[in-house]
Design a protein around this ligand. Sequence first.
Ligand SMILES: Cc1ncc(COP(=O)(O)O)c(C=O)c1O
Length: 450
Amino acid sequence: MPKSGASPVTTQSQPNDLDAFWMPFTANRAFKKTPRIVARSKDMHYYTNDGRAIMDTTAGLWCCNAGHNRDPIVAAIQAQAETLDYAPPFQFAHPLGFQLASRIAQMAPGDLDHVFFVNSGSEAVDTALKMALGYWHAKGESNRFRMIGRERGYHGIGFGGISVGGISPNRKAYAMALLPGTDHLPHTYDRAKQAFTKGEPEYGEHFADALEGIVALHDASTIAAVIVEPMAGSTGVLPTPKGYLKRLRQICDKYGILLIFDEVITGFGRLGTSFAAERYGVIPDMITFAKGVTSGTVPMGGVIARKHIHEAFMKGPEHMAEFFHGYTYSAHPLACAAGIATLDLYRDEDLFARTKQLEPKWADAIMTLKGLPNVLDIRTVGLTAAVDLASIPDAYGKRAFDGMHKAFEDFGFMVRNTGDTLALTPPLIISEAEIDETVDKMTKLIKAIA
Ligand SMILES: Cc1ncc(COP(=O)(O)O)c(C=O)c1O
């Protein structure tokens, strides 16, 4: 019996009751007055129920790197659903989990050889943090319990992720429940010295030295790990300064601290390499990934651990689990099938090399927005960009929020708003003509919200 008052959904693509769905990270009341709903997708575009094309210049939520509804990925998911819908990942397995793990390990640099599957970026982060603590426990150094994140960092929304994360609205309501023993590096952005930089800024390597201060305060013997995004995405695209990540690695090595790269956005081609670790020539102890691994088609994430991390766990009675951690849907067959087909497609279309090749064209095109009304800074790296806009007095975030809405309603494209920043992260299949189209749409949009 339906509850009284709840009206049924009439068609798959046109809901008539918007009330029950409490939407994540969404201004629910505003959305439900003027909803933005997409009904289908193909390649670079979404389509609304009435057939309006919306150019996807955000790769969904920075995840659909191969574009939408790609035939080989769709076929792989369909075939897998017919063959094996689910297999328990605790004490049992299916072949695709091993195949995908090997493929990911091959793509990762150095001896990042072991893959632990989860279902999202948030789970990947919490898993990596627990792996770091478990590692030190196994090494007999349980005193190393502190975890160091960075201001403006985004590591998902688990309690671990928000504790090492550095975005205040995500933390302040839960301040009493954050993990004890966390601390934060300063963020790496200084507009006065870095504005309108393409790629990694020249200025700012020294921000890594703040780790020395944190070590001096807490003592290295209490610090388990440092976690950073190689490019801080959700806060509004902050590429790390030249040399910064190498310096961070050196300081971690000096004190035996583990280094975790959160590559949930930067993994799988976003910066023109399989992982940002490769672009920056730095091998962290763990990499977290999600999003692009299945090009957003089926939820999946994971942690790639170096050999020494994995080895530290592989002891004790052989009938006992070595890591008391895992999810019902770890290595879900549909996600694994989607992942393998996605990696095949990235390889067959050479999409990461293509991204590297397109990066200068993308950066030059986006920088032409400089000089438009309210534009305070523009940053680009890989196939990613952000435009900071001056806020409307007493209405922080309103200009970019209006921009996101108008882009969808009036200009037929998707852009992500974060604070008063508009961020762009197109699928890696974007054509040069579509880059020009994006810039043209952005130009009109920025003028319209001036
Ligand atoms: C760097 C980073 N880590 C973690 C996450 C959380 O991922 P999810 O939303 O899949 O939990 C995100 C999401 O954008 C992210 O950008």
